[in-house]
Design a protein around this ligand. Structure first.
Ligand code: DC
Length: 217
């Protein structure tokens, strides 16, 4: 494929979107844009500066003075690489809370559209196929059962030495599903023209191959 094209991957937390999207980007030789990382970076800054997420004026002030860049898979907040700091259970919750704030979504969606139209990309998130890149040629809705997603996240956290019980991880996943699917602005849902892929019981390579089949036709 020579012209510019977009692949949108949406789905609930822990469905494996970023792992799959990264691998597909490598195979296709296109850029990968992790929009969840951008919400996490905002959550990190809100926490760091002690901003009250319900204080709209304070959030607006913070946003006016915030720069987010994605470079080679790393996330930069105001020039600082925050890639590892944003991958904690606390930052998952902060991102979920901040992603419900209209001003935050407005800023990040605009940034994502700019990033997604300059060149071919694969972008993952919650509202990519329904909102950010509505005209993407390829749209995938990646799911897996809540238990399977919690199991994967639990193993990841254990590997990083994070001390969270399976029950807590599962409760977190369910809470985030609820937040993502019921928020007023751009809730998580499958775009009408998206292809649904259920990754329950499949390994990473099998899912990557399925996505590549869709894109390569
Ligand atoms: O994919 P993730 O777990 O890194 O996303 C972090 C949070 O950001 C998650 O609760 C949902 C939110 N998010 C969003 O609302 N819209 C996106 N396009 C991507 C993420």
């Amino acid at each position: 494929m020579s012209e510019i094209y977009q692949v949108a991957i949406d789905g609930p937390s822990g469905a494996g979107k970023s792992t799959i999207a990264k691998a597909v980007a490598r195979e296709l030789g296109i850029d990968y844009i992790d929009t969840g990382a951008m919400y996490r970076a905002i959550g990190y800054k809100v926490k760091l500066q002690g901003v009250d997420p319900s204080d709209m004026a304070a959030v607006q002030d913070m946003l006016a003075d915030t720069q987010i860049d994605l470079r080679q898979g790393e996330v930069f907040l105001d020039g600082e690489n925050v890639s590892s700091q944003i991958r904690t259970p606390e930052m998952s919750m902060m991102a979920s809370v901040c992603s419900q704030i209209p001003a935050v979504r407005e800023k990040l969606v605009q940034l994502q559209r700019e990033m997604g139209t300059r060149k071919s990309v694969i972008m993952d998130g919650r509202d990519i196929g329904t909102n950010v890149l509505k005209d993407a040629i390829f749209k995938i809705y990646l799911t897996a059962s809540a238990e399977e997603r919690a199991r994967r996240r639990f193993l990841e956290l254990q590997e990083k030495g994070e001390d969270q019980s399976f029950e807590d991880v599962l409760a977190d996943i369910k809470q985030r599903d609820h937040n993502d699917m019921t928020r007023e602005l751009n809730p998580l849902r499958k775009a009408e023209d998206a292809i649904e892929l259920d990754s329950t019981g499949l390994d990473i390579d099998q899912v990557v191959q399925k996505v590549l089949e869709i894109v390569r036709g």
